[in-house]
Design a protein around this ligand. Structure first.
Ligand code: NBP
Length: 486
């Protein structure tokens, strides 16, 4: 019988699992590891983990026996059925109070189901988002744990030790909320990541095709942008990408095929936004932009058939154009985060989760792909007003938008004139104009719905909640349809 001396067990020795184990070991935690393909355990112990305190187990039974009580077991296996299968193999070796942590990119509804199922068996489940890829896992990821609150005191020390830290030493990890809240927040993080990446690509397209900037000039512009308001990991890596050359000395970025891949978390965010009736338009456009990019052959064929504007390059003040693109990017980014937070608010209400909005911005400030200077402003906004309805109404953000909106419009106008697609810039601006509109044309829409389907409408001169039906044609009856909202 092995000695129960390990602080935590980890199952799943692929790239994320291995790096998290080494990170935990660096912070003084004794980790026991197991992997479905058992030979990988021995390979890991003999190679990457050589000279560390990591202990290899050759079965889940051995892993369970190696752990101090209550047992803490983290899964870093492929999301989906693999998580359920792994939990099922573990269960016979667990006892009440033990903690199972799923650190993969699981769908939040799966985590909610697992948290509830396992609670019925006395096992505490944690579903946690882990962001930052391989490097983050090794040196300090952003960690977003949710699930059974009783588990938090048992995992807090390990998670906060291995997480990224912001300048003042605060860890990018705190308890997010109940059920699948941790994975929900990670999902929204990934959706926002889709948005940030799409916005940067649109800025690149405008400057490259619209202004004719080459990779070296783009490197200079992005390096400059990274010193100011746009300071972020994604702007930084983009500037590095523009500087990278292929073997023949030409920019590598120009050699890369323009078809984007995706793994589904952006899509899940948009599906959830649709389910909750939240206008998360920028992430939606970002997902669809990837879909459009994937239609490479169709696009190439259409490029020979469908005409664009005669003028394809910008001929005005180049410095002003670059600045208007920068401002458009910043304003659109503000809209994207405002929409992401609208979604978080809606899901918290729907699920009864007590989400810590400012804390979430703090968790994203370091370690993860969307880390940026800007996130501290979101944290400040929720610290100033924890009940803030919408980020756009915070003084800092409304100030930026009011100051930059003209340049933002100019960038979108130029894009339209040049025939360069900027779906994320444009939808962000449309959302901005829609959100600040005291009256939208939905009055006509309600009239149409009442006209063809007797769906009824409310009136501006009557109290809300009172519904009216008009017999528009004179032929219809007096019966109206049931009112409902999506
Ligand atoms: P993968 O997502 O590639 O998963 C590979 C691991 O899952 C291996 O250990 C494999 O074991 C195990 N596994 C599979 Br596949 N099916 C299994 C099953 N039915 N039962 C038990 N184990 C099974 O690894 P990863 O890229 O390290 O990611 C791990 C998790 O972290 C995923 O959910 C991923 O989405 C998430 N994530 C990844 C990143 C990233 O940058 N890669 C970032 C953030 C989060 P085997 O060796 O026996 O095949």
């Amino acid at each position: 019988m092995p000695e129960a001396s390990c602080d935590i067990g980890l199952i799943g020795l692929a790239v994320m699992g291995q790096n998290l184990v080494l990170n935990m070991n660096d912070h003084g935690f004794k980790v026991a590891v197991f992997n479905r393909t058992v030979s990988k355990v021995d390979d890991f112990i003999a190679d990457e983990a050589k000279g560390t305190a990591v202990v290899g187990a050759h079965s889940v039974a051995e892993l369970a026996a190696l752990l101090k009580r209550p047992r803490r077991i983290m899964l870093m296996v492929k999301a989906g059925a693999s998580v359920d299968e792994t939990i099922a193999t573990l269960l016979p070796y667990l006892e009440a109070g033990d903690i199972v942590i799923d650190g993969g990119n699981s769908l939040f509804t799966d985590s909610t189901r697992r948290a509830r199922d396992l609670a019925g068996k006395g096992i505490l489940f944690v579903g946690t988002g882990v962001s930052g890829g391989e490097e983050g896992a090794r040196r300090g990821p952003s960690i977003m744990p949710g699930g059974n609150p009783a588990a938090w005191p048992h995992v807090k020390e390990i998670f906060q030790s291995i997480a990224a830290k912001v300048d003042d030493g605060t860890p990018c990890c705190d308890w997010v909320g109940e059920d699948g809240a941790g994975h929900y927040v990670k999902m929204v993080h990934n959706g926002i990541e889709y948005g940030d990446m799409q916005l940067i690509c649109e800025a690149y397209d405008l400057l490259h095709r619209g202004l004719g900037l080459g990779a070296d000039e783009l490197h200079a512009v992005f390096t400059d942008w990274n010193k100011g308001e746009l300071d972020s990991y994604l702007i930084e890596i983009s500037s590095h990408i523009f500087a990278s050359k292929d073997e023949d000395g030409t920019p590598l970025v120009d050699k890369i095929l323009d078809t984007a891949g995706q793994k589904g978390t952006g899509k899940w965010t948009v599906i959830s936004a649709l389910d909750l009736g939240q206008p998360v338009t920028l992430i939606g456009e970002s997902v669809f932009s990837r879909c459009l990019s994937a239609l490479k052959d169709e696009r190439v064929a259409a490029s020979g058939v469908l005409k664009g504007p005669a003028e394809k390059t910008f001929s005005g003040d180049r410095t002003a154009f670059i600045e208007s693109v920068r401002r458009a990017l910043y304003c659109s980014k503000i809209i994207s985060y405002a929409q992401g937070y609208m979604l978080l608010r809606a899901t918290a209400k729907e699920n009864g989760w007590n989400l810590n909005m400012g804390g979430i911005a703090l968790m994203w400030r370091g370690g993860c792909i969307i880390r940026s200077r800007f996130l501290s402003k979101i944290k400040d906004a929720f610290e100033t007003d924890p009940k803030l309805t919408n980020l756009l109404l915070d003084g800092f953000f409304s100030g930026v938008l009011n100051q930059y909106q003209e340049a933002w419009r100019q960038a979108v106008v130029s894009a339209i004139e040049l025939g360069i697609p900027t779906p994320a810039f444009s939808t962000a601006l449309a959302f901005y104009d829609g959100y600040r509109a005291g009256r939208l044309p939905a009055n006509l829409l309600q009239a149409q719905r009442d006209y063809f389907g007797a769906h009824t409408y409310e009136r501006v001169d009557k109290p809300r909640g009172e519904f009216f039906h008009t017999n528009w044609t004179g032929h219809g009856g007096r019966v109206s349809s049931t009112t409902y909202n999506v």
